[in-house]
Design a protein around this ligand. Structure first.
Ligand SMILES: [Zn+2]
Length: 661
């Protein structure tokens, strides 16, 4: 595919404010020692015979700019401080072909009918909602520049991140994780004291806005904390203006009833993992007797018509912690379910290990549990703020946290309540032989028992802040698809559980002054499971050395320095691992094979690095320096090809992809 070279269809720069690159830059994105391997990986991901047609975007950071590559075009953009102090602004500094993330319409694909129309426009039948596959040209990328740039602020961020096409990710009929609006839109409802009743809100919202909104409604004081730019109020020269230690989002004022001064006594987040917003809206509009308990909260509250945009990648562990801290994954540092710690040479998988994952959350953020304790005091007996996390991946600071094995409450009573509500589990899961769904249903039943115990146990105050994960909607969304009969049964079943909780709060006299929030951690898109798409595998299949916890790619590269001696007869080559280790140094690489050759591949000299990572090379006097090339090979690293001046020899990726020079 050839794209007409075009570099003019973006807004001309209006300011010369300096670019603001990643916070804590420690290897994320591509440094000059990785341009060769980085370009090769980008080219492979976009052109591989199998993976190329399944890949929407390949995204990276290099040389002060963020890059978004697609077959249909590419952009480089810079991040700058907004002149009005409101955070960041973004400006495009290069474009070839189409800007692949130009369409950032947050209102797009807001109903199942619109998803079907987009699928039809994409060349698919557009008849069945559960297989309404959508091509990138008919999808949108709300808040794309911010959601991309934030990721690279964490030292745990990758060199490259792959954005799959919405329908080409994994082996299940439903999936999420991508940048687009179907993968990344969550429902968002606020209901309770001080909230507009029966309101449908058309305002932009991101999941990082939930925590500051809760803090505001709960009467937290403003503090001298960091905003999205990572600078404290005092560093920005303003009075305390945030509610949390790190607050990337802002208060969603649109939901607040100006005619009411009621404020909540406590907060309950009901997180229906992976619940599609379009599916929820379809049920509310077309199934008047269904989901009466969720409907009651929605009727008494404010619902964001176009939902709320999640973290990128739009995946469980990063997204839950973004909700619970008000900070993007690039700032709370759980950047993906699984990621690579360069300095430790270690892959960690909080989502895989499930339990005891609070330790992965970065020091730069504050969870709502911690903030409630800061404002209302630590929980001590009948005093202070009691906080609870039920099956919720954001846990740090919670007094009750199932996933930290901190369970408050009488075990016998928990067992008795779990048994009493066992009948809530639909027979469908066993009839369909869906052991995953059956297991998730049982877990959610235990969650209800925990909630009832926590609000009725007289050994402690009722939870001031509760964050409660319901897992069945996600598992069934993956296994049956986002608009399947199974998904509908799972939402009905979850609604029954919500009903038990609301009834328990009412019986305890706690319902009326509780603020409820209904949301999810990500969307759910129909996926063509027959593709078994796993884009990042193409990088290692091409023989490259990389760590590939999808959709992230960490390239394993060598830093090579060439020192030519004064007499022109010899050069010293130093080869280091490009990623610094825990000492902060790049360790030397022994046994790297160095070849000096001419342009037409005539070998002039060979050498191997010693245990200091260095070797010497004789330089023939009869060959011009510009005619000599150095190749570096090591079995565990991507090869390097360099000129004697140390610059990389690499193919022009713009020419390869777009026919430009
Ligand atoms: Zn999830």
């Amino acid at each position: 595919m050839t794209v007409e070279p075009r570099t003019t269809n973006y807004e001309p720069q209006t300011t010369n404010s300096p670019a603001v690159g990643p916070e804590r830059l420690q290897g994320q994105g591509l440094d000059p020692h990785q341009y060769e391997s980085g370009d090769r990986a980008i080219h492979t991901l976009l052109t591989d015979a199998t993976v190329g047609p399944q890949t929407d975007l390949v995204i990276t950071y290099r040389d002060d700019a963020y890059e978004v590559w697609a077959k249909r075009g590419m952009i480089r953009f810079e991040r700058t401080y907004a002149e009005d102090g409101s955070g960041y602004e973004y400006r495009i500094i290069e474009q070839i072909g189409d800007n692949p993330v130009a369409n950032q319409d947050r209102r797009a694909l807001a109903t199942i009918d619109e998803e079907l129309a987009a699928s039809k426009a994409s060349g698919f039948p557009g008849i069945e909602a559960n297989t309404a596959y959508i091509e990138p040209e008919h999808n949108t990328y709300p808040f794309a520049y911010e959601r991309i740039a934030q990721l690279f602020d964490s030292p745990n961020a990758p060199d490259l991140v792959v954005n799959p096409k919405a329908y080409a990710f994994g082996r299940k009929p439903g999936q999420h994780g991508a940048l687009d609006v179907v993968h990344a839109r969550s429902p968002l409802v606020f209901s309770g004291p001080g909230i507009k009743q029966g309101a449908l809100i058309d305002a932009p919202s991101r999941q990082i806005d939930i925590a500051p909104t809760i803090a505001h409604l709960s009467g937290f004081p403003l503090i001298d904390g960091k905003d999205v730019t990572g600078r404290t109020s005092s560093e920005r020269g303003v009075a305390p203006d945030v509610y949390l230690k790190r607050q990337d989002g802002h208060v969603l004022d649109e939901i607040i009833d100006p005619g009411s001064d009621a404020r909540p006594e406590r907060v309950y987040i009901l997180l229906l993992d992976g619940q599609s917003n379009t599916e929820l809206k379809f049920r509310l509009a077309n199934d008047p007797d269904a989901i009466p308990n969720l409907r009651r909260l929605i009727r008494n509250g404010s619902m964001f018509d176009y939902g709320s945009l999640t973290n990128f990648p739009s995946i469980t562990w990063p997204s839950h912690n973004a909700i619970g801290t008000g900070a993007w994954g690039g700032h709370h540092d759980i950047v993906n379910p699984t990621y690579y710690l360069r300095e430790k040479r270690e892959v960690v998988t909080p989502q895989g290990q499930q339990f005891n994952t609070a330790k992965f959350l970065g020091d730069g953020v504050e969870t709502l549990y911690e903030a409630f304790h800061r404002v209302f005091g630590p929980w001590q007996g009948q005093h202070g703020a009691f906080t609870a996390s039920i099956h919720e991946p954001c846990t740090r600071g919670a007094d009750h946290a199932t996933l930290e094995r901190l369970v408050i409450g009488d075990r016998d009573r928990l067992k008795e309540l779990t048994a009493r509500h066992a009948g809530d589990t639909s027979p469908k899961w066993l009839e369909d032989d869906q052991k995953g769904a059956q297991g998730e249903s049982i877990v959610d039943g235990r969650g209800v028992a925990q909630a009832i115990v926590l609000y009725t146990d007289e050994g402690h105050p009722p939870p001031k802040f509760m964050f409660h994960e319901f897992t069945l909607t996600d598992g069934v969304g993956h296994d049956y698809g986002p608009h399947s009969d199974g998904q509908r049964v799972s939402l009905d079943e979850t609604d029954i559980r919500v009903g038990h909780i609301l009834a328990a709060l009412e019986a305890a006299g706690l319902y009326d002054d509780t603020l409820f929030i209904i949301t999810t951690d990500h969307g759910m898109a129909p996926v063509d499971a027959s593709l078994k798409a796993n884009q990042v595998r193409a990088v290692t299949d091409a023989g490259m050395k990389a760590i590939i916890p999808d959709p992230l790619v960490y390239l394993i590269d060598m830093a090579v320095e060439i020192t030519r001696h004064e007499d022109g007869r010899t050069a010293m080559i130093e080869v280091l691992a490009n990623d610094a280790d825990e000492s902060g140094e790049r360790p030397p690489l022994e046994g790297a094979e160095i070849t000096l050759s001419t342009h037409n591949a005539k070998v002039l000299a060979r050498a191997k690095t010693d245990n200091g990572g260095t070797c010497g090379l004789p330089l023939p006097l009869d060959v011009a320096a510009t005619e000599m090339f150095i190749t570096v090979h090591h079995d565990d690293y991507n090869p390097r090809h360099l000129r004697l001046d140390g610059t990389s020899v690499r193919e022009d990726i713009r020419a390869l992809l777009y026919g430009t020079r």
